[in-house]
Ligand binder design. Structure first.
Ligand code: ADP
Ligand code: MN
Ligand code: MN
Ligand code: MN
Length: 339
């Protein structure tokens, strides 16, 4: 017998959340084509009205479940019963964009997912490592890649991602106490975004088992503390070739022109994070620069040196939808130039 964990993204306003439920099968052969289409009550996930509540789950990718025996994770898309994609199915939106256009750009993505771990304090949750009484710890200084808290969770999560064959490329502790990051890279835009969602699911489950709570809030603690982002590293075939820096520079012009359209889909509550402080550029302006961590979009120094490579969009917030960020970047940078 095998457990199939069907995972999908719900319709929660502002910040869609992960949902999952378990199906036990007797004679499953391990293939995705033998994962049955399933359904759920969309009226409980903000995806359907009560009187017509069924939403359909279509399996789209399998992952080994590193957290449980005899279990496979089944990443799903949400569809309507009339076999049209559900309006919350952003993966399909990405598919339509890539399939509808010139898809010769070979876009690669590297997401840096930042997150904050919380534990129980005297009056509600406090970040790990923080005093339980809600008072402030020592200011930011040596937490980044240094002496932070919650490392056992970050490492357990990295191992789980590796076992699930998620394209994780590393982890580091962050500038704020209780904050961490993992990076996920992929040459296939669907795979890298699916990986991002499954990695978030794994992190939630690992935290649950360790009596911790993970938050993707872009500004979990107000004041002189860094926020949490999801820097998105992006390149096309032409950016990676000789003289790719010229292609990167022309991408910057497009990104500048469409700055507001990008901000609109880069996550909720991001205005609290993109203030111009704490290694961000204010949301109200667009700036790019080499090695500049106060820019909206950064060109890493090796890229400037080599004259080719990739760019780092520093604007997306930790709670962004990677499908939507990927969609927006491909649309802006690889789309027809209609200026
Ligand atoms: P930072 O210095 O901003 O903290 P990280 O090392 O955390 O950078 O993340 C950089 C990410 O960029 C990695 O996930 C890496 O895989 C990704 N990356 C490297 N080269 C490319 C490329 N050509 N296209 C897209 N992403 C890339
Ligand atoms: Mn990083
Ligand atoms: Mn970071
Ligand atoms: Mn970064």
């Amino acid at each position: 017998m095998t457990k199939l964990e069907y995972i999908w993204i719900d319709g929660t306003e502002d910040v869609p959340q992960l949902r999952s439920k378990t199906k036990v099968l007797n004679d499953w052969d391990g293939s995705i084509s033998k994962c049955p289409i399933w359904s759920f009550d969309g009226s409980s996930t903000n995806q359907a009205p009560g009187e017509n509540s069924d939403c359909v789950l279509k399996p789209i990718r399998l992952y080994h479940n590193p957290l449980e025996k005899n279990s496979t994770l089944v990443m799903c898309e949400v569809w309507n019963t009339d076999d049209t994609p559900h309006e919350t199915n952003i993966r399909w939106k990405l598919y339509e964009l890539i399939n509808g256009g010139d898809n010769n750009n070979e876009p690669w993505f590297g997401f840096e997912q930042e997150y904050t771990l919380f534990k129980k304090g005297d009056n509600g949750l406090v970040p790990v490592g923080w005093p339980k009484d809600g008072s402030q710890p020592a200011p930011q200084g040596d937490y980044y890649c240094g002496r932070n808290k919650g490392e056992h969770i970050a490492r357990k999560h990295m191992d789980a991602c590796m076992e699930a064959e998620i394209g994780i490329t590393g982890i580091n502790s962050e500038v704020m106490l209780g904050q961490w990051e993992y990076q996920i890279f992929g040459k296939d835009p669907y795979k890298v975004c699916d990986d991002m969602w499954i990695a978030r699911w794994l992190l939630e489950k690992i935290c649950l088992r360790k009596h911790r709570v993970v938050s993707l809030d872009p500004k979990p603690i107000e004041g002189d503390w860094n926020g949490a982002g999801c820097h998105t590293n992006f390149s096309t075939k032409d950016m990676r070739k000789k003289d790719g820096d010229k292609v990167i520079h022309s991408a910057m012009k497009k990104l500048e022109y469409l700055h507001e359209d990008h901000i609109e889909v880069y996550g909720s509550g991001n205005e609290k994070r993109l203030t111009g402080q704490h290694e961000t550029c204010s949301m109200r302006e667009f700036r790019w620069g080499v090695s500049d961590r106060g820019a909206s979009v950064r060109v890493p120094w090796q890229v400037a040196k080599d004259g080719k490579g990739y760019l780092e969009d520093r604007r997306p917030s930790a709670n962004c939808d990677p499908y939507l960020v990927a969609w927006r970047l491909i649309k802006t940078i690889c789309g027809e130039d209609d200026e």
